[in-house]
Design a protein around this ligand. Structure first.
Ligand code: NCD
Length: 338
């Protein structure tokens, strides 16, 4: 579905966005888990994100006077650049803190985050190697904390952009009757952690496929079905969602070799053809070509929606930042740290 770019004047675009919003508000101050996002929040975020997508060349004044710190304590390309650009396109000032910060010298995450919070920033976007850092930070900051991926746990804005990509492809309000197959390193994936929860809300049938060693024991609590043979999982799928083998989290120790993994589970042309004719291929990136997805499919194939996900990432994050900054003004309550 091609996006038609708007030719409206910037002030008419702002008016339009305000009317789409129609006095609606998000229900949360911090976004730590996708579980916080109610169906009403989702509707609001997607209505606004779709409009931001049409206005993707515009700079808005919505968040002028507010600042954001992007605290990425782990490598990132898409998530960090889109959060930064999204904030700037809403006229926010931004600063970055990286793994090259005082955390490396032994400062705790909490002291680092509270240091940033004393600048009176409105949003702190956190990416951490460890699970739970954004959740703890949110208890002690005035700023809104947005989880940009924590350890093996969750990556809520990735799920939001993936949900938008799937719903637009299916031209539907939910994923009822649709089959989403998630293939890859489920065990170490925070992307899976958020996506599976959102897909449950969206009523999708979720199949997972990977070596059993890369499947968490309690995964069935999400109502998903495991397939040891990827071909069986892919048959009749609407969405094929590939995940990277997370080598930095020790995943290589759970498979014989990457080559073996690719042979058994890598998404090739032949395997993708088992899915529905109009099925789409998704991946959160970074794609490890010829391991999780065959090179020929990765970016250029018309079934590959990987770059569309990236585009939707900008739109969703812009929607989130506009709505959350507006929502939190002076309202957040924090605990006092002892
Ligand atoms: C993912 C991440 O970093 O959690 N990518 C992303 O944010 N777009 C997935 C990954 O690293 O494999």
């Amino acid at each position: 579905m091609a996006v038609i770019l708007s030719k409206k004047s910037p002030s008419a675009a702002e008016k339009d966005l305000n009317s789409i919003r129609k006095g609606r508000d998000l229900s949360f101050f911090d976004l730590v888990s996708i579980d916080q996002v109610t169906p009403e929040d989702l509707g609001l975020l997607y209505d606004v994100a779709r409009r931001f997508r049409e206005y993707k060349t515009y700079k808005f004044s919505f968040n002028k006077g507010s600042s954001q710190v992007n605290a990425f304590f782990e490598p990132s390309t898409r998530t960090s650049s889109s959060f930064d650009l999204a904030a700037k396109q809403l006229s926010m000032d931004t600063a970055g803190v990286s793994s090259n910060s005082s955390v490396e010298k032994g400062e705790s995450y909490l002291d680092t985050v509270q240091t940033i919070d004393s600048y009176n920033v409105k949003t702190i976007v956190i990416r951490s190697k460890e699970s739970g850092v954004p959740a703890v930070a949110a208890r002690y900051t005035q700023a809104s904390i947005i989880n940009a991926g924590d350890g093996w746990h969750e990556h809520p804005t990735q799920a939001l952009l993936d949900g938008l990509t799937m719903l637009d492809h299916c031209k539907s309000k939910d994923m009822k009757g649709r089959v989403v197959v998630i293939v890859g390193d489920i065990m170490h994936s925070r992307v899976f952690g958020s996506l599976v929860r959102l897909l449950k809300t969206l009523k999708a049938e979720v199949r997972i496929s990977a070596p059993l060693t890369l499947i968490p024991e309690d995964v069935e609590k999400f109502g998903v079905k495991w397939y040891g043979k990827v071909e069986e999982a892919l048959t009749g799928a609407d969405v094929v969602y590939a995940l990277r083998v997370q080598s930095e989290r020790g995943a290589n120790g759970f498979i014989p070799t990457l080559r073996e993994y690719s042979k058994m589970f890598g998404i090739s042309r032949k395997r993708l053809d088992l899915a529905k004719k109009d099925a789409i291929l998704m991946h959160p990136g970074p794609v490890i070509r010829d391991i999780d997805v065959h090179s020929a499919l990765a970016a250029v194939d018309e079934q590959s929606y990987i770059l569309r996900q990236v585009e939707n990432g900008m739109a969703v994050r812009k929607a989130l930042l506009w709505l959350i900054v507006d929502r939190i003004d002076g309202k957040k309550k924090t605990f006092t740290r002892k």
